[in-house]
Write a protein that binds this ligand. Structure first.
Ligand SMILES: [Zn+2]
Length: 288
């Protein structure tokens, strides 16, 4: 996400911010700096469901998926989030050297900035989609370059022990945006955990020379994402999946609030409505 939309505002406010940022770059740079600090506030790591743990910061997620044969780590936060993630993994009693795969939802600096440090700390190979690999392996401002060990295509899967993560390319938010699905055995049945890439609009949707197919990609992504099984919806920013609210509702003996099969379809419908409204506004502005 670029600086102008760092805060968890609802879509109309986000669109407003987007417009304001174009008019007032200085003010937005200041609020971006304070958002970045707020988003990097430490939070205690915790178990979400089964082998899935939250090891990120207050505003940028990182997920550890554990098996007796090693662990997956999805997303690295900002460059300065990496030490927090390392500490959170240790606090849970897991070892950095047991991380066997480093993964990424998308190559933005708030989710890929910490991967270089985490790669050094764990020695784990980084596996990402081809379009995002181009960004991550060459690096950018606030996104230190990381060598990419494996390029993932749509439908590729990675297995450790009894757990298999499958990569689904859901482009739009970035060209290589990757959503992950993970079936987790649970009391005789299976829970489908989904790590969504993102579908918020953070770049021009019309006449985007750097990404001409962006609007079509969003539409294809909305159609494809709707077909993915999801009992537990997770995403790169905690506010996207109401992490704080769910944590507050957790109680011994009560159902796990992170399990909610209705949440992802609802989230997608809202994201698609936001996208269509933004596309319409940008197309209209273009015609004026
Ligand atoms: Zn992003």
């Amino acid at each position: 996400m670029p600086y102008t939309v760092l805060m968890p505002f609802p879509a109309p406010a986000r669109t407003l911010l987007y417009a304001l940022a174009a008019l007032a770059p200085l003010a937005s740079a200041q609020s971006a700096a304070s958002s970045r600090v707020a988003w990097n506030r430490p939070v205690a790591p915790f178990n979400i469901v089964g082998p899935v743990y939250y090891v990120g910061a207050a505003g940028v997620a990182s997920f550890l998926i554990t098996t007796p044969h090693g662990h997956f780590l999805i997303d690295g936060g900002f460059s300065e989030t990496a030490p927090l993630i390392e500490r959170n993994i240790a606090t849970l009693g897991f070892r950095l050297h047991d991380v066997k795969f480093l993964l990424n939802t998308h190559a933005h600096f708030d989710h890929a900035g910490g991967l270089a440090a985490l790669h050094r700390a764990t020695g784990a190979p980084l596996a990402v989609s081809a379009p995002d690999a181009a960004v991550i392996s060459s690096g950018a401002a606030s996104l230190p370059a990381v060598p990419v060990a494996r390029i993932l295509a749509d439908g590729d899967s990675l297995t450790l022990g009894a757990l298999t993560l499958t990569a689904h390319l859901t482009p739009g938010h970035t060209k290589g945006c990757t959503t992950w699905t993970l079936p987790v055995p649970s009391g005789g049945s299976v829970l489908h955990v989904l790590f969504f890439c993102s579908a918020s609009v953070v770049a021009p949707l019309v006449h985007n020379a750097a990404y001409p197919s962006i609007a079509d990609d969003y539409r294809r992504t909305f159609a494809a994402a709707r077909l993915l099984p999801c009992d537990v919806f997770l995403a790169p920013h905690p506010f996207q999946f109401q992490m704080e609210e769910k944590l507050a509702r957790r109680a011994p003996g009560a159902p796990n609030p992170f399990i909610d099969p209705a949440e992802f379809p609802r989230y997608l419908a809202q994201a698609q409505a936001d996208f269509e409204r933004e596309l319409k506004a940008q197309s209209a502005a273009r015609r004026r």
